[in-house]
Design a protein around this ligand. Structure first.
Ligand code: 3HC
Length: 298
């Protein structure tokens, strides 16, 4: 199956990052805003991402215009009907995703590949509501999508080999390194990364070290580009909590349950970088650890 036109549902951080990567690789892209609000905002964000590349001398201004000309941003979901590949990147809620897959199954051609960028939810559960299941799979990008090389291709229960092969070819065309993973909660990366971040939070709660000390130790001692708290704030604490709950719901081991401090921060709306505060306070330059968390909270 040759992919020429890609539909992306959801224009949040990941949806726009994936749109950026696909358009830059030469694909025609339809990006659908899934929540209410003007489409001008995601259009401007996309423009800003490419403008940054022009400023840094990594892209010619004319190339930027040509790339953006390949992208349509709309709030009309029906616009993906003639796409060869659809990647959903909407809210991490299984019922909302299942309802979307049901509509896409009815709306798109029989040979359109329908994929999800879910971080931890079951691809097979989304597949189950579709009539033609062999063309359903996961296509899990990492944040920031323009930079991170890996894409996990998730093999759902009835995904065909032909679908997996087409997705591998697609990933290589968008200059990513794909790995095929069986459909288990959290796949490879999030199944390892989520408990790692939860353990760091429990370590903070035990008073082993401060946020800055723990981050410093993992950057300096394990060569991670970000420490666990910087990473959690970067991903978004609501997303980290949701990943934790999804893995906990599957595994039923308290090791995977969200720690107290994470739940409290999410309840207070301190979701990390996107809200200006999480484990760090981003109103300070450079950011400093959240003063409310200097003492252990449990
Ligand atoms: N969009 C596009 N490009 C970006 C970018 C963005 N949002 N952020 C950074 N970049 C580019 C910069 O332009 C720069 O490119 P250059 O070297 O060609 O000039 C390069 O990335 C490095 O950026 P910076 O110098 O500004 O910053 P750093 O060197 O500190 O790198 C980072 C930033 C790439 C985010 C690095 O800190 C990193 O790799 N962090 C770990 C990220 C990670 O682990 N992501 C996975 C999260 S898990 C996930 O996504 C799963 C999901 O399901 C939750």
């Amino acid at each position: 199956m040759e992919i020429k036109k890609v539909g992306i549902i959801g224009t949040g951080t990941m949806g726009l990052g994936i749109a950026h990567v696909c358009a830059q690789a030469g694909y025609e892209v339809v990006a659908v805003k899934a929540t209410p609000g003007p489409v001008e905002k995601p259009k401007a964000q996309l423009d800003k991402g490419f403008a940054r590349l022009v400023e840094r001398g990594k892209l010619e201004a004319a190339e930027k215009d040509a790339i953006l000309a390949r992208v349509t941003v709309t709030d009309n979901e029906a616009a993906v009907a003639d796409c060869d590949l659809v990647i959903e990147s909407i809210i991490e809620d299984i019922e909302t995703k299942k309802a979307l897959f049901k509509r896409l199954d009815a709306r798109c051609r029989e040979d359109t590949l329908l994929t999800t960028n879910t971080s931890t939810l079951s691809v097979t559960a989304m597949m189950a509501v579709c009539s033609k299941r062999d063309r359903i799979a996961g296509l899990h990008f990492f944040n920031p999508a323009a930079v991170m090389k890996l894409v996990e291709i998730i093999h759902g229960f009835e995904t065909s080999e032909e679908t997996l092969t087409s997705l591998e070819v697609f990933c290589k065309k968008v200059k990513k390194d794909p790995v095929v993973v069986q459909d288990t909660t959290g796949f490879i990366v999030n199944r390892l990364l989520t408990p790692y971040m939860l353990n760091a939070i429990r370590m903070l709660e035990r008073g082993t070290g401060t946020i800055e000390d723990i981050d410093h130790a993992m950057k300096s001692g394990a060569a991670h580009p970000m420490g666990p708290f910087e990473l959690a704030d970067y991903i978004g604490l609501d997303v980290v909590e949701a990943m934790s709950m999804n893995i906990y719901t599957d595994v039923r081991h308290e090791h995977h349950a969200p720690p107290h401090t994470l739940t409290r921060l999410v309840q207070l709306g301190y979701l990390g970088r996107k809200t200006g505060k999480g484990f760090y306070d981003y109103s300070q330059k450079p950011p400093v650890q959240n003063s409310q968390l200097v003492r252990p909270v449990v």
